[in-house]
Write a protein that binds this ligand. Structure first.
Ligand code: TPP
Length: 640
């Protein structure tokens, strides 16, 4: 406890000297970080927050690495890419927060699920402030852990304020621990300023959780003695409260106790302080002397994704059968699961029921309930859980029942999965299945094709097949690829498109468009249902010799195939099912004008759906969809 306290005191001096930019103080709360971490085994994970310096010192992270991290230098944990405690390290089994607070609670579930899956008797400890408990993620994570009996120790540090908001404006129950009942979960209240109570109670709880796996909620009563961060001060905190809690300082009280019991002497304490101060000075010097971070743009780009070399696998036999798009996805998934025993599939109603589209029918019988998991309705919590699985070495596929519902899991995808490899070189080995698309009269909330929400976020891969053969091979590759992949499956194609597909397992690479038709009149660039709309129109207008590209993969994008086609034809029409503004058609258009301007014989044309939500009834939906306009626009551009 003394070590994090003395480090903090030093940091406050550095802050005043302008040598560090921000500091979130945990002074007065050390007993919780240090006490809980001391109860963990060295290979058990802990997920700290911004005030939990004691977690890092107790896990014996060398101080110069922490100082270097805070100065944005190379010996830190993020190569200067993220600040303060926003990092993880497998070496020390510490998984730091993302700024959004809540997602790490679900990540802890995933880590615990991986232990449960491997039948290891390990617990996972995760921290949150009382403010963070107001986020939906808290509710989702506790509920998941309870439903699945995951041995997660949920530690709430109730320190009186969330930034300037006092607890009475944050929640309206007496104790946060009381919420445990609502989740069917054991809970405890512990005096967070008393290290002996923290250590003795938590070690007993931890041991019993290892033996009898279950989640436990602990509310530690404590107080934040300084501002939310140093610059924000404590003006809004009543003086009496600070006085009251100052008397409960965990270090001073332990010191008194140890002195009165004759366990320590003033001399021994002073000596210990000197040793720690010397260590701090020495390590600070090492960090100060380290040069400022620089990097090549190439290295920065390289780290956005985990390196993955595509391994071409060809079908073992020539055996083929004609199957539907939906069967191909199901086969790709099934064979992927057969080859990867270390893969869990999660989603709403995916087990006994086989998923709402029946893609996972029979999976439960074949792979068992440990691998095929029905989830509660909690997209954010489950996607965070998938992240945790990946951190603890387990692959996962998550079925979003409809891609529309991904909005409820948006935060962990774009902020956690997408950024984690760039931040601290941890991959997110997760495939998100996205049944999407209109044309089935399903209205505004079951028809969206929302790939553009993700193609603009570095760190994600976005795949969008249009044919059974591609869907199966690309699904296999999505599972092999250790990066986060959003796999879009157009619902209108599920049962309407058939093709001869190899029965054996095979892979297809990302970032390669398919050349569906060759022609010199115009390039038609599209994907998903757009490919079938274009084929329909081109079949009816056989006089038009179009070069038809099915992109198949939107991120990575096959720019070379696009540019080669445009350079050949000089005219291009980009067809997209989503509404026009901000869709990928706009970016492709911009790329073509930048790279192929001299080759163009007509203005680039984007054809997309209207700027409204997607209407339900057939006439309105037909009017909304880009399909209606495509034939006319194609004729116009050919005649230009
Ligand atoms: C989703 C989200 N909303 C708001 C914030 C801004 N913010 C950062 S910390 C914080 C207060 C958190 O309070 P609490 O969880 O009680 O933890 P404490 O800081 O008291 O330790 C707020 C509002 C954020 N980081 N993320």
């Amino acid at each position: 406890m003394l070590k994090p306290r003395l480090i903090e005191e030093k940091m406050l001096i550095l802050l005043r000297q302008g040598r560090i930019s921000k500091w979130f103080s945990g002074i007065g709360q050390e007993a919780i970080s240090v006490g809980v971490t001391s109860c963990l085994q060295s290979d058990e994970y802990v997920l700290p927050m911004h005030r939990n310096l004691g977690v890092f010192t107790t896990k014996e992270v060398p101080l110069f690495r922490l100082f270097s991290q805070w100065q944005g230098k190379k010996s830190g944990f993020t190569k200067g890419r993220d600040r303060s405690f926003h990092f993880g390290t497998q070496e020390y089994k510490i998984i730091g927060m993302i700024s959004h607070l809540g997602p790490q609670l679900g990540v802890a579930d995933g880590i615990a699920l991986a232990h449960q899956f491997r039948k290891e008797k390990k617990i996972t400890a995760v921290f949150t402030g009382e403010g963070g408990t107001s986020e939906g993620d808290f509710h989702e994570a506790l509920n998941i852990a309870s439903v699945w009996d995951l041995p997660v120790l949920f530690c709430v540090e109730n320190n009186g304020y969330g930034l300037s908001t006092p607890t009475r404006e944050q929640y309206n129950c007496e104790n946060i621990a009381d919420r445990g009942k609502g989740y069917g979960m054991e809970s405890h209240i512990i005096d967070g300023n008393n290290i002996i109570e923290v250590y003795s109670k938590v070690s007993e709880i931890a041991e019993s959780m290892r033996e009898n796996p279950r989640p436990v909620l602990i509310e530690f009563k404590t107080f934040r003695m300084r501002g939310h961060e140093e610059a924000s001060g404590t003006k809004y905190v009543p003086e009496e409260l600070l006085d009251f809690w100052e008397k409960k300082d965990p270090i001073e009280n332990l010191k008194k106790h140890l002195l009165s019991e004759g366990i320590l002497t003033e001399e021994k304490i002073a000596h210990q302080e000197e040793l720690i101060k010397a260590e701090i000075s020495e390590h600070l010097k090492m960090a100060d002397e380290e040069e400022a971070t620089s990097s090549s743009l190439e290295d920065e780009l390289k780290d956005v994704y985990q390196e993955f070399e595509y391994k071409e696998t060809l079908p073992e036999t020539t055996q083929k059968e004609e199957i539907r798009f939906i069967d191909a996805i199901s086969q790709g998934l099934r064979q992927g699961m057969q080859r990867n025993e270390n893969l869990i599939l999660m989603g709403q109603d995916v087990a006994d029921y086989g998923g709402v589209f029946k893609i996972t029918e029979g999976f439960l019988e074949e792979f068992g309930k440990e691998r095929i998991k029905n989830t509660p309705i909690c997209e954010s919590g489950i996607i965070s859980t998938a992240m945790g699985l990946s951190i603890n070495g387990v692959k996962s596929v998550v079925e979003l029942q409809f891609s529309d519902f991904v909005s409820s899991g948006f935060n962990p995808i774009v902020n956690y999965l997408a950024k984690v490899h760039y931040r601290w070189n941890q991959n997110a080995d997760v495939v998100l299945r996205m049944p999407c698309g209109a044309g089935v009269q399903a209205g505004p909330f079951h028809s969206q094709t929302n790939e553009a929400w993700f193609t603009k976020t570095p760190g994600l891969k976005v795949i969008y097949p249009a044919f059974p053969y591609d869907a199966k091979g690309l699904m296999a590759n999505a599972i092999e690829d250790p990066n986060p992949v959003l796999f879009f499956e157009h619902k209108a194609l599920y049962r309407s498109i058939r093709q001869e597909v190899p029965t054996d397992y095979y892979t297809l690479p990302f970032g390669k468009a398919a050349h569906i038709k060759k022609g010199d009149d115009v390039s038609v660039i599209t994907y998903g249902a757009g490919v079938h709309w274009a084929m329909e129109v081109l079949n009816e207008n056989s006089n038009i010799k179009a070069d038809l590209l099915d992109l198949r993969s939107l991120q990575p994008l096959d720019k070379e195939a696009i540019f080669n086609s445009v350079k050949k034809t000089g005219k291009v029409i980009i067809l997209q099912e989503d509404s026009l503004f901000g869709g990928i058609a706009s970016d492709i258009s911009a790329m073509i004008s930048e790279e192929c301007f001299e080759f163009l014989d007509a203005p680039i044309k984007r054809v997309a759906s209207k700027e409204t939500p997607i209407p339900f009834s057939k006439n309105l939906e037909d009017q909304y969809l880009a399909k209606a306009e495509f034939a006319t626009e194609l004729e116009k551009i050919v005649a230009y």
